[in-house]
Each structure stands twice: as C-alpha cells, then as structure tokens.
Design a protein around this ligand. Structure first.
Ligand code: SF4
Length: 382
C-alpha cells in the first residue's frame, strides 16, 4: 500500500549517497544476504575457516549494513577476496533525494538490476516514520494510486526492503538528529503478496543481529487479501496490521479497489477478527477520504457499522490527487463532519494530515512522475 508525500528541489549530498556502488559482477555468484546464519556457517566450515568468521560476516552484512566485502576490515585480505569470488552483495543505491518544505524526505532507490522504488521519511512532532516499498510496481490497480498504474515488475527481496530502512534511518539521524521510531509498509506494492520477503525483512529489522527495533513500531498495510491476513494470524506476528479500507460498502469499494471483488468486506471482517483473536492486536482501518465519493454521512454510517464488526481503530487520511485528476481531496468541512459523526458513534478515530505534498510523497503518489519503474527499466535497457 502507498502512503507518501510530494515536493521540489533535489538536494542530493555526498553524505546522503549512503550505499556503496558495486562493480559489475557475473550473475553466477549468489547474494550472500540470502544465506541463513547456518548456511553461512557451513560455507565457512567447508572453506576450512573457523566458525566465528561466519558470525563476523553476518554482523557486517546486517547490523553494520556493509555493502562491500572491502568494508569488512576485521577479515584478512585473502578471506575478503575469497568472499568476493564466491558471492555478491546486491545493495540498493540512493538515486535521488527530495525534501519537502514540511521536512518530509523522499528517496528514490535504484536496485541492482536497474528499477527504482521509493521510500519516505515522515517527521512529525512525536515520531520519525519510514514508509517503505515491498514490490516494484503493483498488480492491484487501485484507482486512486500512482503505483497501481505501473505494472508489477517483481518483488523486492528481504535485503532490499531492509536497505531502505537502513538508509532512511540514517537520514533521520543525519538530517534531524532524531532516531527513526516507526516503519510502515505503505510504499509501492502489496506487502502480503510478497509475504515471505516482507516477513524476512521484519525478522532482520527486529532481530538484535539486525536493527533491534520493536515489532510494535512496525505496521504492515494491506489492500485486503483475506487469506494472507489469516496467515498473519496463524504465524502470530507481533507487528501491527493496517487495512486500506477506503469504502465500507462493497459496491463502492470495488469501484476503486478491484481486489474487493474477490476479497469482500464480509471476508475481510472475518479475517481481521481471526487476526485479532490470534494476535491480540487491534488492526487499523485506513480510510482515504475523497470528495463526493466516500465523504458523506451515509459513508460514515457504513464505516461505523464495519468498525463494529471488528475490534479496530480508524485513520482518516487526506488525499493528495495524482496527475489523472480522477479523485479530489475532500473539503475540510466535510472531513470534520465525517470525523465528528464517527466519534459520536464511539469509533476511535485519528486524522492523518497529508505530508510531503510538494514532492509527490503523499499517500498514493509514489512513482507517478519521472521515476516510474517502467521508465527506469527502459533506460537501463537502452
Ligand atoms: S495499487 Fe493499491 S495495493 Fe498497490 S500500491 Fe497502490 S494502493 Fe497499494
């Protein structure tokens, strides 16, 4: 799911080019970060190396986020050369950075095979949030979303997702001197359609051998894949879940989110209840409010009724229009009426003001300008 901000003025500085470029490498070598600690240990044992070397390398790869074997200075030159001959590290590179007047920072990350994805740092008075991508493009074609207009090229692997967090975390410290506090999987792509890699990235982000962040600071947002919401429950995950609801009647929701045809509100309510029963975590319902589409009191009534079916809280999100102009932002008066109605009905509701409008970093805006994944691929092929 998307949740971003927009702006002008590229401000790329040398210190912000966080990721070390990799030399061109043959494709026969595998990415060392796909290996488990056990597999890495076996490799070292086969090489006649001591087992603690595997631990050292693992620490370089994850905790210290090294993107080149040359950085691993506590290994001998010979060992570094052997690693180089056997593996690659397919790190992401910062392609460009845009800063909004409201301090939001949007970063375009170039992947090892050419495409670009975006991630956003969203500073507020109480938190520093990284909004990250899980796929290049998206297959779900939500009508209000820029990413939904791009074809799905591929899933990101766990390390590519992890790298976005590392880079944005560093931006938070370097630009604002405040540590990153939260992570939301609301950038490009549908995280639950890249389940294994998304959970793999969260495992690394939360592990003491990675970034050691609390899972309670992480939210995975889905357009609503009931089967996978149940799977999250079965896996008893510790992070938060958000459902991009945006309309609480099937006819209306299917108009803007085709996934609703096969994952109806009934199915979603049941799977969210299942998730809650298994994890004890109350899901958040995200509701982007669009002018004259889902901002009436009848819509608020539908939403209040849906909330009653599932233990949940509601985030009302201001919309930032994308270029096609199909949807518009609801007026402040209507937003206030809508919210007051929900509160009257006892719904726990927060309003999320739009951030980063001037740099196309707001909810649903990612990748709608000059860095679409398809354009980048074309350039890479040229
Ligand atoms: S198309 Fe839908 S699921 Fe895909 S990124 Fe956009 S809002 Fe999220």
């Amino acid at each position: 799911m998307q949740m971003y901000m927009d702006g002008s003025g590229f401000t790329t500085k040398a210190s912000e080019l966080l990721i070390v470029s990799l030399p061109a490498m043959p494709h026969t070598r595998i990415d060392i970060r796909t290996l488990s600690p056990e597999a890495l240990e076996s490799w070292f044992t086969e090489q006649g190396q001591q087992r603690f070397r595997a631990k050292q390398v693992y620490e370089w790869l994850w905790k210290k986020s090294a993107h080149a074997f040359a950085e691993m200075t506590n290994l001998s030159k010979e060992l570094r050369a052997t690693l180089e001959e056997s593996f690659v590290i397919q790190g992401i590179q910062v392609a460009s950075i845009q800063k909004s007047t409201d301090r939001t920072i949007k970063t375009a990350f170039k992947l090892h095979d050419g495409p670009v994805v975006e991630g956003v740092l969203i500073p507020t008075s109480s938190r520093m949030t990284a909004c990250i991508s899980s796929q290049i493009g998206c297959s779900l074609t939500c009508k209000f979303c820029a990413t939904g207009k791009l074809k799905l090229l591929r899933n990101l692997d766990a390390a590519e997702i992890y790298d976005q967090v590392v880079a944005i975390r560093r931006q938070s410290e370097e630009n604002y001197n405040i540590p990153l506090s939260n992570i939301v999987y609301m950038g490009m792509g549908e995280p639950l359609l890249n389940y294994k890699n998304v959970l793999g990235s969260i495992e690394k982000i939360t592990s003491p051998e990675g970034l050691g962040m609390s899972p309670q600071r992480i939210t995975v947002s889905t357009a609503g894949i009931s089967k996978m919401i149940r799977k999250l429950g079965d896996d008893e995950v510790k992070f938060n879940l958000a459902l991009s609801l945006h309309a609480a009647n099937d006819e209306k929701r299917s108009k803007i989110m085709p996934i609703n045809d096969t994952n109806t509100l009934d199915a979603l309510a049941e799977s969210l209840q299942y998730f809650y029963d298994k994890t004890g975590t109350r899901p958040t319902l995200e509701y982007i409010i669009f002018r004259d589409f889902n901002d009436s009191l009848d819509d608020a009534r539908d939403l209040a009724a849906f909330v009653k079916r599932v233990p949940s809280k509601v985030n009302i999100i201001e919309y930032n229009p994308i270029d096609d102009g199909e949807f518009q932002r609801a007026s402040d008066e209507q937003l206030n009426r809508f919210t007051a109605f929900l509160e009257q009905k006892g719904v726990i509701v927060n309003v999320r003001r739009s951030r980063g409008r001037d740099i196309d970093a707001a909810c649903g805006q990612l990748a709608n300008k000059n860095i679409s994944a398809e354009n980048v691929l074309k350039k890479a092929d040229a």
